[in-house]
Design a protein around this ligand. Structure first.
Ligand code: WTA
Length: 710
């Protein structure tokens, strides 16, 4: 049993040591915009009935029926070997056929992909379904000529250029397993992943635009090849897409016999068509590496039939995608969001999906809204971090442009209610339904969200469990926490679902260990009910069934026995008018275990950092309590961030603790780190706060802080 500790001040209330305190106030409902339901793909309550618990697993046939199958499945769900569940067993299909070929007849001349290059004067590239079919076939023909076949793995290290989805779909056509490593990652990170997946071929690009610069990307391939070799994997060929046709923008020399320009190789494959492989549904479509708690990368292995059915169904119902929409998911395809909701889901539905190469604020913060206006985007999808940034630097920009969104999605982190409001009022102009979609790399698609036509929104909550998903919250001891109790715990999925990863590539044991061991009571059980999937987030469920996600379990700061969700602290801080962004980190403290330090950046035009820092402290104390009052509030010009925009809390946690900040090579802005360190550590020394010696385990804890959500 968990111990209880008395609150130091007051002494009245007893907190369980394992209790995650929840202080984020429940918000009111916001109803879907008028007229939305009538046109919605999910506008009929009977859908909710069809997906009720007693209709599991048959309910998921609804999603599978949206696909074109070469052969229908014999067994809907094979759960005989938990937790290695298989869906649509005996069924055969091809993902590329579903995303491309089957639309040719009805939509061949409609745009499949619209690509917006970062330089605003460059021409926008429109790729129709017929064009896409041709390009995918030619590249598939080339891959085939290199000896790639069903089940082989290939690593991509590609930026946001249209050749990325073309390459993915070409693999899908051949049954080759693609593993795209986020373009912003270092060459070493790419090489490590290529080695883990035993890839012989690396596909990259020479360069790409980001924030006004043409960046050298090919140089990273050289590092990747070396790193993979160190790990015992030989990359035999590096295939290079050229960002600007006919030009080469890299310092790295092409290595004779190893490196090839794809446009040159393709000459021989012009106009070639490749017969799509009819693949077993439970075979593998791709790997997506994600951070784990150990150094070894963790390749989430996703299936063909189950995954594609799940992302297609959720794209249709949750994002309300109709074929004639122009849908823009402003994310990077290098993350699961891009795989599921830029490429596979939208293309399976035959819609037009927009890709943007560059930075949100290039050349100015009006850019996203100009793109929306110009292309007639009506469904918009992005992460809270992008919303916060755009609010910070261009709060009045959306009003200047004439676009109309009917739905807007958010993904990736909890969205603070006040940021939600700006998104709704200013970006959506009060006319768009917001779907806050909670899920993760491992789940393939949305796990918690509102259906935009049928369920009201509630700022700060993602919503109820997604269709057919049975969510549950357990406490430390595996007892179910009832809804409405105000208590938080570990959110888990009770039942198997088609979008779930099959396993960790090459590490079945780790798959069980990471996701199932915690709440499985009988490892020999053959009943899926004994195998809840642990998502890794803390969450609380309100009386109405809506979930609020408090962040990764490991993002919880335990101050004198009180577990404070990082996100709650940050939400309180950003409730202060002048604050643009906030990050909370733990600082090791002799008497209280850990204390909180806050880092904030200010909206433009605010000078008086000291006064605002005081306001932040006061607001945290007001919203959460004295226990959460930060030791320090540091005002910094910018937070260290990943390319995907997530604040790298371990870097600032390292600074606050006078510890190693670790690898900063994956930061979008590594140059800010030194400035922050000089300022914060200088101040702390002056205040005599630098005396703490960290133990080995404390050092490790700080180094790992927040990494699972990076
Ligand atoms: C967090 C991204 C709150 C969560 C799709 C999860 C969210 C992690 C939300 C997975 C949301 C994602 N509200 N938190 N709507 N969506 N998260 O694997 O902590 O990059 O565990 O997948 O992001 O991140 P990943």
């Amino acid at each position: 049993m968990a111990e209880t500790v008395k609150e130091a001040a007051g002494g009245e209330r007893e907190y369980s040591e394992t209790e995650i305190a929840v202080h984020w106030r429940e918000e009111e409902y916001v109803q879907p915009p008028e007229g939305f339901k009538e046109q919605a793909t999910a506008g009929d309550e009977s859908l909710l009935e069809r997906f009720r618990e007693e209709n599991f697993p048959e309910c998921f046939e609804d999603y599978a029926d949206m696909l074109t199958w070469d052969k229908k499945w014999d067994t809907l769900l094979d759960s005989s070997n938990p937790p290695f569940f298989k869906w649509f067993v005996g069924g055969r299909l091809n993902a590329c056929v579903n995303c491309v070929d089957r639309h040719l007849e009805s939509r061949g001349e409609k745009n499949a992909i619209v690509w917006v290059p970062e330089p605003e004067d460059d021409e926008i590239v429109e790729i129709t379904y017929s064009d896409l079919h041709r390009r995918v076939n030619e590249f598939a023909s080339l891959l085939k000529s290199l000896g790639l076949k069903r089940g082989d793995r290939i690593t991509f290290h590609l930026p946001m250029i249209p050749e990325l989805p073309v390459s993915m779909l070409a693999c899908a056509r051949l049954g080759v397993i693609h593993s795209q490593v986020f373009g912003g990652f270092s060459g070493a990170a790419c090489g490590q992943r290529a080695a883990d997946s035993q890839s012989r071929i690396l596909v990259t690009a020479d360069s790409y635009y980001r924030a006004g610069n043409l960046l050298d990307h090919k140089a990273r391939a050289d590092e990747a090849v070396e790193e993979a070799r160190r790990e015992g994997q030989e990359i035999e060929k590096v295939l290079v897409w050229r960002r600007i046709p006919g030009e080469y923008h890299s310092e790295s020399e092409m290595v004779e016999g190893r490196d090839f320009f794809i446009d040159e190789l393709l000459e021989e494959h012009a106009g070639k068509e490749v017969e799509p492989e009819s693949m077993p549904a439970e075979d593998t479509l791709f790997l997506m590496y994600t951070s784990g708690t150990t150094g070894r990368p963790k390749g989430a292995q996703h299936s063909i039939g189950g995954y594609l059915a799940y992302v297609t169904g959720t794209s249709k119902y949750y994002q309300d995608i109709h074929p004639d929409d122009t849908y823009w998911c402003f994310a990077d395809i290098g993350w699961i969001t891009g795989h599921s909701y830029i490429v596979y889901g939208p293309l399976a539905l035959g819609t037009t999906t927009v890709m943007y190469e560059g930075a949100p604020t290039h050349p100015d913060p009006g850019r996203p809204w100009r793109i929306a206006e110009k292309l007639g985007v009506d469904i918009f999808h992005t992460a809270p971090t992008t919303v916060r940034m755009l609010r910070k630097v261009g709060p009045d920009e959306p009003a200047k442009y004439d676009y109309h969104f009917k739905t807007m999605t958010t993904v990736g982190e909890p969205i603070e209610p006040n940021v939600w409001r700006w998104y709704y009022d200013v970006v959506g102009k009060g006319k768009a339904a917001i779907t806050d979609t909670w899920w993760m790399t491992e789940t393939g698609g949305f796990m918690g969200s509102t259906l935009p036509g049928l369920q009201p929104m509630k700022p700060g909550s993602c919503g109820p469990a997604a269709l057919g998903i049975q969510l549950v919250i357990y406490d430390e001891d595996g007892n179910e926490i009832p809804k409405g109790s105000g208590k938080a715990g570990y959110i888990c999925v009770r039942n198997p679902w088609p979008g779930r990863m099959l396993t960790v590539w090459g590490q079945d044991e780790r798959f069980i260990e990471t996701y199932y061991k915690r709440f499985n009571k009988d490892p020999n059980s053959k009943d899926w009910r004994d195998w809840p999937f642990m998502c890794g987030d803390g969450a609380v469920q309100a009386e109405d069934g809506y979930f609020r996600i408090l962040g990764r379990i490991d993002d919880v700061i335990n101050v004198a026995g009180h577990r404070l969700g990082t996100k709650e602290l940050e939400s309180a801080a950003t409730a202060v008018e002048e604050v643009a962004e906030a990050a909370a980190v733990p600082v090791i403290d002799e008497t209280r275990g850990k204390i909180v330090e806050m880092y904030i950046s200010l909206k433009p035009g605010n000078e008086d950092g000291d006064a605002i820092a005081k306001k932040v402290s006061a607001e945290i104390e007001r919203q959460i309590g004295k226990v959460a009052r930060p030791k320090n509030v540091w005002v910094v010009p910018d937070m260290p961030k990943t390319r995907s925009g997530k604040i790298m809390r371990r870097v600032i946690a390292g600074i606050s603790n006078f510890a190693d900040v670790g690898d900063t090579s994956t930061l979008a802005n590594p140059e800010v780190v030194d400035g922050i360190r000089d300022y914060v550590q200088g101040e702390k020394r002056a205040r005599g706060e630098d005396t703490q010696e960290l133990s080995k385990s404390e050092q490790q804890e700080i180094a790992a802080y927040g990494t699972s959500s990076e």
